[in-house]
Design a protein around this ligand. Structure first.
Ligand code: HEM
Length: 402
């Protein structure tokens, strides 16, 4: 008997697309880790995400609340709820992500992007992940929350600690570190809620306080959930885009010459090398997916990264094509849990890339091998050593910013 297909095998993490192609040729089947049921074809993925009655998001929070942790507000967050609770919560929090709220942020996000782009292009050779991709979303989330600059570095630690909870078997010391990190976050967000309650502003926290019907526990859960949801994903989108440009120099030349193609570039990267590779669902009754019976209680890996390489839906799906039409919306999920931060993420990526590409003539990798994140959910390089070729005019004429 052949070994079960494993989403966590090192060669699969380096390049999951051949395994996805293999999965799409089979009916829905079980894979490692944990004997999850892999749903890989575009139409099956959409069908599962639409059917919230048989494929539940509830219960997924359990992995964020292992027995050694007494409390974790993330475990009760929006993305882990089903209707009717999800419907109520989403109605209350979504105003904070409206077009008007984003417009208010745009000029400030652009200023952050310009500052970071200036610094990385000046250095010429950098690890793009550390110097840019991780920094931009931390600064934007801090802006959204209204966090003081001294807390910006903590934001990154908090996000890492939260994300490490489901996958890890931490040592007692590490458990204590994570507990303290969560307590620190909670104290900090309590203080933010108190200060905005006393003096409301035009920010996310004030918006959440204005939403009548939300409890403070629900506000806390929502704020907590934005770190795993909005930080690593956006960082991976920026890194994956730069990586794709280094591997497609003709397309890189085109976008540098025609910055109006940047939104197209982002959409095609979201399809071709998506930061969110999968979602998880729990099966609530014996059911059928893609003609295969799946038992109640099974865990389903909904492979977004595979659905967007499905030839039935995207001709020449393995080709990166800036002129492709109709990429669809799967990189941000589908149905009631469609990403609340999708417009914010697209805006961050657009402003980040505009600032960067305006300053360069080209970009290349200084080391060819890439080490990828070890997760079947989020995909992006851990480091990305690149060399930027600055535009002669900008490089010599612009003074460094303080
Ligand atoms: C490129 C960046 C991003 C990607 C690829 C992404 C992807 C996703 C996906 C696939 C889902 C659906 C999960 C599911 O169905 O189980 C989701 C949900 C969500 N995302 Fe994002 N996301 C990104 C950025 C952000 C940002 C910047 C924020 C906010 C700061 C955010 C907040 C959320 C929230 C709150 C949900 C839950 C929505 C709900 O359950 O109704 N995301 N995201």
């Amino acid at each position: 008997m052949s070994a079960p297909l494993n989403l966590m095998a090192p060669d699969v993490r380096a390049n999951p697309y051949p395994l996805y192609a293999e999965l799409r040729r089979r009916p829905v089947c079980q894979v490692e880790p944990g004997g999850m049921w892999a749903v890989s074809r575009h139409d099956d993925v959409v069908a599962v995400l639409k059917d919230t009655r048989r494929f539940s998001s509830a219960g997924l929070g359990r992995s964020f609340l292992p027995p050694w942790l007494e409390r974790n507000p993330v475990a009760a967050s929006l993305v882990m709820k089903d209707p009717p609770e999800h419907t109520r919560l989403r109605g209350l929090v979504s105003r904070a992500f409206s077009g008007a709220a984003l417009q208010r942020l745009e000029a400030q996000v652009r200023a952050i992007a310009e500052e970071l782009a200036e610094a990385v292009v000046r250095q010429q050779e950098v690890d793009f992940v550390a110097a840019f991709s991780l920094r931009l979303p931390v600064r934007v989330l801090s802006l959204l929350f209204g966090l003081e600059p001294e807390l910006w570095p903590r934001m990154r630690v908090w996000a890492d600690d939260l994300l490490s909870i489901p996958a890890s078997h931490p040592t007692p010391e590490r458990r204590e570190e994570i507990r303290q990190s969560l307590e620190e976050m909670e104290r900090c967000f309590q203080a933010l809620l108190a200060s905005r309650r006393a003096a409301p502003g035009e920010d996310l926290v004030s918006e959440l306080l204005g939403a009548e019907g939300l409890t403070d526990d629900e506000r806390m859960s929502f704020l907590f959930s934005l770190l795993p949801a909005g930080f690593e994903t956006t960082a991976h989108l920026l890194s994956n885009t730069v990586l794709v440009l280094t591997r497609h120099p003709r397309e890189a030349e085109r976008v540098i010459a025609e910055p109006r193609l940047i939104p197209r570039l982002i959409e095609e990267v979201l399809r071709y090398e998506p930061p969110a590779q999968s979602s998880l669902r729990l099966v609530t009754e014996d059911t059928e997916v893609g003609g295969v019976r799946v038992p109640r209680g099974a865990l389903v890996a909904v492979l977004l990264g595979s659905a967007m390489r499905d030839e039935q839906r995207y001709p020449e799906a393995d080709r990166f094509d800036l002129d492709r039409e109709g990429q669809g919306h799967l990189p941000f999920g589908h149905g009631i849990h469609f990403c609340l931060g999708a417009q914010l993420a697209r805006m961050e990526a657009r402003l980040g890339l505009e600032a960067l590409l305006a300053r360069i003539r080209g970009v290349s990798l200084t080391r060819q091998e890439v080490s990828w994140s070890q997760s079947y959910i989020a995909r992006g390089p851990l480091r990305l050593p690149v060399r930027f070729e600055p535009r002669a005019d900008d490089f010599h004429t612009q003074p460094p910013r303080g």
